[in-house]
Design a protein around this ligand. Structure first.
Ligand code: A2P
Length: 343
């Protein structure tokens, strides 16, 4: 049981779901604070039959806080989290800013729970596209050692925050009405379009979003030898990221073995019957906490290759659910998990 927990970024797309989950899962804490920017200070947000007033982000807020669950832009996380840690809080951070720091564990509870204990006050939750892919890779890696991954993503607009969701909805309405829409978030119209750039140019023609899939995968699976070739694409889907994944393993994994491995892995669900038109899609994975796998098949172009399709709710397992699951894991691990932080 935690004493005081703060949700930072409580008004955002992910923050709203974190609030929903804390309430739905009867999260073990005595006090709860909701924190956002000055723009939202004073707003009242419902929680378990009462209202909590949003506080403006300020260091002094954390003086009595034991645990922070944070979902803000990277620069906000960079600016406030070290101070919150100095003031005694343990921070579970959704932003990308700290993920690759050597003293910050990057955790998916079903993949590398033991890493959570290695924190120095910050635990990062991975990028949404990486989370669902690594959940699927983990049982294959344990069974046959993943050597190479080629992945193409089809990422929903909710991954770009509330402004991304507004752009899809308003842009689509405007397009159908033959009107012009000033896009808030995307560089090009997302309605009736695909944009093959998420993030900024980062390395040899790959974007920052794509390189997250390279580096974060290696960090969580603890294997720098895994080669990942990603292409990340924004598509006009409201919620849930889809991924086409091709994996090459050191030891061949057959379709039957892969299906068994996926089915036996907590957090994964197999939805795979091409004859019956059964496979995961954003419309049947929305608001679910699992990651779904379908279209499992042998790579007909290479001996040890396996291809499959993977869909997950990017706001839930890709963000809010994973962060709250880390918090529940810490609660289960008990006082040893809070070392160095306020007891
Ligand atoms: P606010 O709603 O007050 O702007 P999203 O990803 O949906 O855009 O949400 C981002 C979250 O991060 C929101 O809760 C937002 O609060 C919060 N946020 C953004 N910038 C800051 C900031 N400078 N200080 C505190 N919270 C911030």
């Amino acid at each position: 049981m935690f004493d005081c927990v703060a949700v930072v970024g409580a008004t955002g797309a992910v923050g709203s779901i974190i609030r929903e989950l804390l309430e739905a899962w009867d999260f073990p804490c005595k006090r709860l604070k909701f924190v956002a920017s000055g723009r939202s200070a004073g707003r009242k947000l419902p929680y378990a039959g009462r209202e909590i007033v949003v506080e403006e982000l300020d260091g002094s807020i954390f003086d009595d806080v034991q645990l922070v669950i944070s979902s803000t832009p990277d620069d906000t996380a960079r600016d406030y989290i070290p101070d919150a840690v100095r003031r005694g809080a343990l921070v579970i951070d959704e932003s990308g800013y700290f993920r690759m720091k050597s003293d910050v564990p990057l955790v998916i509870p079903e993949v590398n729970p033991d890493d959570a204990l290695k924190h120095q006050g910050i635990i990062s939750s991975p990028n949404c596209s990486t989370t669902q892919m690594v959940q699927a890779l983990k049982p294959l890696h344990d069974a046959g050692r993943v050597r190479r991954v080629v992945v193409s993503t089809y990422q929903a607009t909710s991954g770009a925050g509330l402004a991304g969701s507004r752009d899809l909805e308003r842009g689509t309405r405007a397009h159908l009405a033959g009107e012009r829409h000033e896009y808030e978030c995307f560089a090009y119209p997302i309605a009736f379009n695909c944009i093959p750039q998420i993030g900024s140019p980062k390395y040899q023609g790959y974007t920052s979003e794509e390189m997250k899939m390279v580096y974060e995968t290696r960090k969580m699976l603890g294997d720098d030898g895994i080669q990942v070739c990603p292409t990340c694409v924004r598509v006009p889907v409201a919620n849930c990221h889809s991924e086409s994944i091709l994996v090459e393993t050191e030891r061949k994994i057959t379709v039957e073995e892969a299906r068994k491995l996926f089915a036996a892995t907590p957090g994964l669900e197999v939805m795979d019957d091409l004859e019956q038109k059964i496979y995961p899609m954003p419309i049947n994975c929305d608001r679910r906490h699992e990651t779904f796998i379908g279209r499992i098949r042998e790579d007909i172009s290479s001996p040890n290759g396996l291809a499959f399709w993977c869909v997950s709710d990017n706001l839930r397992k890709g963000a809010a659910t994973n962060a709250v699951q880390i918090a529940l894991l810490l609660d289960k691990l008990g006082p040893q998990a809070l070392k160095g932080c306020r007891k």
